[in-house]
Design a protein around this ligand. Structure first.
Ligand SMILES: Cc1cc2nc3c(=O)[nH]c(=O)nc-3n(C[C@H](O)[C@H](O)[C@H](O)COP(=O)(O)OP(=O)(O)OC[C@H]3O[C@@H](n4cnc5c(N)ncnc54)[C@H](O)[C@@H]3O)c2cc1C
Length: 494
């Protein structure tokens, strides 16, 4: 096997939000042997390594300022696929797009998908991502049956629920800090059509929207709420609920046609008329407060038009990944970039916390351009961020002139969420170690710190988010859990 050390190139990398940027030395291994060689070379030169998949995290989870980034995107082979069981074994750089293109014609779909199909399976596993079916089908990691992890020492460990279970439960959601996934086996979901039934309904307040989400769980397979960020007072939190239901066996008279991957991409036109390439131009005003108000109002009005709540069928791919078909979508937010703030709040606390978040944003003159609501259930992984409740994901445009006000708002919102909820590191760019630490039991962070010390004693694996948030939180927990021991040592023996 070729184990040459991949060459390093100096590059400026950024997170999806375009605000976290870092000059890094980037290696792109093509095989596990090359990845191991990159680890050895970094170790020998005393440098640290951050792992990177497709770079779709919003902030600094896959950046390593002044040091090495191992980009796994060229390790992108599908190693095994069984169309009878739906089990796939893939290299970490295989994307969700690669996966569905390979499996759709056989009637299988990735079990959990995010809002873009560009993410890699390695990145999806490391962040334990969630989809619009989270309350029902769990997180991405719940569908991973086993993986092979390359430790910084060069040791290769096979992990599953039965073998090296500690590491299995910690590396899923462990943000690439314990080792590198070099192969991942997961189970896909059986589907019987390439179409999905969709119905969108309008709800005039947050309470009614949340009630509709709960009612929707009875027969929807996927649920996602859109909230009008311009609405105030009694209408604060009003929104539209998109409920999707996958057809049962036999419902689609011609599944072979709808499951043909070539039939999936959208037309390239909005409402069948405007080219999607116009969206970044038409959407540019969304980065201003006036534009945000008008666009949100227009969406609410459109969602209330007669017939807007009629059930219709959509193809899987546009229903899940419309953003991937709008070239340069993100340019709406240039040059300042965007912050996505996603808070996960338990069911009982969520209505008050979400109202407060929306109201404080409006009061600061910083209403988000987009607000998305999802329903969740906790996952069994060590660094679990999912709750029995809901999440609210907010996109904030950050023109240069509002940066200071935005930082103050984010600090306020993070402190508020940390009282009862949790944060998703893959989306984060504003969290402090102190607020992160408040969202986990000390034993959980101590357990992760112990595994980090065991798998990576020299801290080869680091990233900007590790140094900004996780490492100080782990260190403070370690300190706090050590304190009683010191006191114990001076206490009189009984
Ligand atoms: C438009 C958009 C919509 C999104 N919607 C959702 C959503 O609905 N739900 C959701 O949960 N997330 C969502 N995300 C976030 C996204 O799913 C996560 O950030 C995901 O982790 C990105 O995967 P990636 O391949 O780009 O990984 P990167 O961003 O490159 O890396 C993510 C993490 O994975 C680690 N990593 C990468 N490769 C490996 C490896 N081989 N071994 C070990 N660790 C590794 C990195 O170190 C890093 O910590 C969205 C992102 C975008 C841009």
């Amino acid at each position: 096997m070729n184990d040459r050390t991949p060459t390093l190139s100096d590059e400026t990398l950024e997170g999806y939000g375009m605000r976290s940027k870092a000059r890094c030395r980037v290696a792109r291994p093509r095989s596990p042997a090359e990845l191991a060689a990159a680890f050895r070379a970094a170790s020998a030169s005393g440098q640290t390594v951050a792992l990177r998949g497709a770079g779709c995290s919003y902030g600094d989870a896959a950046l390593n300022a002044g040091a090495i980034v191992v980009d796994c995107s060229l390790m992108n082979r599908i190693l095994a696929w069984d169309p009878t069981t739906g089990e796939a074994t893939v290299e970490p750089g295989v994307t969700i797009a690669d996966l569905w293109q390979h499996t759709l014609a056989d009637g299988w779909w990735p079990p959990v998908v995010p809002g873009t199909m560009a993410v890699s399976v390695g990145g999806a596993t490391a962040a334990n991502i969630h989809g619009k079916n989270n309350w029902r089908d769990g997180s991405f990691g719940e569908h991973v049956t086993r993986f092979t992890l390359l430790l910084p020492s060069g040791q290769v460990v096979e992990c599953s629920r039965d073998a090296n279970a500690d590491l299995f439960y910690a590396a899923i959601g462990g943000m690439g800090l314990l080792g590198a996934f070099i192969s991942i086996t997961l189970r896909l979901r059986r589907i019987y059509s390439g179409l999905v039934h969709v119905r969108q309904t309008a709800h005039p307040s947050l309470a009614e929207l949340l009630a509709a989400v709960e009612a929707g769980t009875r027969d929807a397979t996927h649920l996602v709420g859109w909230i009008d960020t311009a609405a105030r007072g009694r209408q604060l939190g009003r929104g539209l609920l998109k409920a999707m239901r996958e057809p049962a066996p036999g419902e689609d008279p011609n599944p072979a046609a709808s499951l043909d991957p070539a039939s999936q991409p959208p037309s390239g036109r909005i409402l069948g008329v405007l080219p999607v390439t116009w969206i970044p131009v038409l959407g540019k005003p969304m980065a201003s407060q006036l534009g945000t108000r008008l666009a949100n109002r227009a969406q609410w009005v459109r969602g209330n038009l007669p017939g807007a709540d009629r059930q219709h069928d959509e193809r899987y791919v546009p229903a899940n990944f419309m953003l991937n078909f709008i070239p340069n979508f993100k340019s709406i937010y240039r040059p300042g970039g965007l912050i996505q703030h996603q808070s996960f709040v338990p069911r009982d606390a969520a209505p008050a916390v979400f109202r407060e978040i929306l109201a404080r944003s409006q009061a600061a003159g910083l209403a988000p351009s987009l607000a998305v609501l999802k329903k969740h259930r906790p996952s069994p992984f060590l660094l679990n961020y999912l709750v029995d409740g809901y999440s609210l994901a907010l996109d904030y445009a950050v023109p240069r002139r509002v940066e200071a006000r935005m930082a103050a708002l984010m600090a306020e919102l993070n402190a508020l969420v940390a009282d009862s909820g949790a944060f998703f590191l893959a989306k984060d760019s504003t969290l402090t170690a102190a607020d992160f630490r408040r969202t986990y039991a000390p034993e959980t962070l101590a357990r992760f710190a112990a595994l980090k010390a065991q798998c990576d004693p020299h801290e080869l694996l680091q990233s900007d988010i590790y140094r900004r948030v996780m490492r100080p939180a782990l260190a403070a927990t370690f300190q706090a859990t050590r304190e009683p021991t010191r006191r114990d040592a001076t206490a009189p023996a009984s």
